[in-house]
Write a protein that binds this ligand. Structure first.
Ligand code: FES
Length: 108
């Protein structure tokens, strides 16, 4: 089964480098527009679920506000512990001015 896409924003309304916490189908997600595209990742740190949208954002890296783990928001990769698990990143599609995020299909 393929992902289900939800419209979450307008490209023209997003400020580059600003973090947007959104909720899609009950999932906390953080959205950010960078120079090379729009990225979406889980808003829960993989350490113990710190709110990443409240962290410091620098270039393409987010720092968790709780224990300072760092992640690359484009790939979700851990750049610094204490987190060990990469962030889940979502598929982002742009159609005209509309931004869509793909949620994985539910387990059967
Ligand atoms: S909850 Fe994010 S580093 Fe601990």
């Amino acid at each position: 089964m393929s992902e289900e896409f939800y419209k979450v924003a307008e490209v023209s309304e997003l400020i580059q480098g600003k973090l947007y916490p959104i909720e899609v189908d009950g999932e906390p997600i953080c959205l950010v527009k960078l120079e090379d595209g729009i990225y979406a990742f889980t808003d829960n740190c993989t350490h113990i679920s710190g709110p990443l949208n409240q962290g410091e954002f620098d270039g393409c890296a987010i720092t968790c506000p709780w224990h300072l783990a760092r992640f690359d928001v484009r790939s979700g990769k851990v750049l610094r512990g204490p987190a060990r698990q990469d962030l889940y990143t979502y598929t982002v599609k742009v159609d005209g001015d509309s931004v869509f995020i793909g949620l994985p299909p539910l387990d059967e």
